[in-house]
Design a protein around this ligand. Structure first.
Ligand SMILES: [Zn+2]
Length: 167
């Protein structure tokens, strides 16, 4: 069964109904992010509020979460907090994209349909760096510690194995 966020939504119906949709999406499942950011992990949560504005179907998108990427300098995990509030005009054709007012960010919803996953992907493609790096080279040196704490969180049994070995 495909998750709700992956299902195409009828943009006009949502906008005219003033719909609010909450979402929680594992970044690893956003296929549109993968080509340039292999191994992306983490989760993005938020709410999309739909409305009609100047004839356009508009989505007010609030999102927050954490992205885990790979630092391209030290190749260690890098955690990036996500937080964004944007207003997106959902254009149903390339021609309509060109007419979107400047204060709205145009997103193409082909045939008037888009999924929350696609909408969030469009936003993250703008905000996630293609070449993620720890803030400074010094931060890279500290990375092995971060890896260790990551392992404790996500691999409790590996840690247990270590404990057993020590006995
Ligand atoms: Zn690094």
């Amino acid at each position: 069964m495909s998750p709700p966020w992956s299902q195409p939504l009828e943009v006009d119906r949502l906008a005219d109904g003033g719909a609010d949709l909450d979402f929680a999406i594992p970044l690893a499942e956003l296929t549109g992010l993968r080509p340039d950011r292999p191994g992306v992990a983490g989760e993005v949560r938020g709410r999309a509020h739909f409305l009609r504005e100047r004839g356009f179907a508009v989505a007010e998108l609030r999102l927050e979460g954490d992205a885990q990427l790979q630092c391209q300098r030290c190749m260690q995990p890098l955690r990036l907090p996500l937080q964004a509030v944007t207003r997106v005009a959902l254009a149903d054709s390339e021609a309509q994209v060109a007419q979107v007012p400047e204060d709205l960010e145009p997103v193409l919803a082909s045939g008037g349909r888009i999924s929350l996953g696609q909408l969030v992907t469009e936003e993250l493609l703008l905000s996630l760096p293609i070449v993620p790096l720890h803030a400074g080279e010094g931060d890279c040196a500290a990375a092995p510690e971060a890896v260790a704490s990551e392992a404790e969180t996500h691999r409790p049994f590996a840690q247990l194995a270590d404990l057993l070995k020590r006995k």
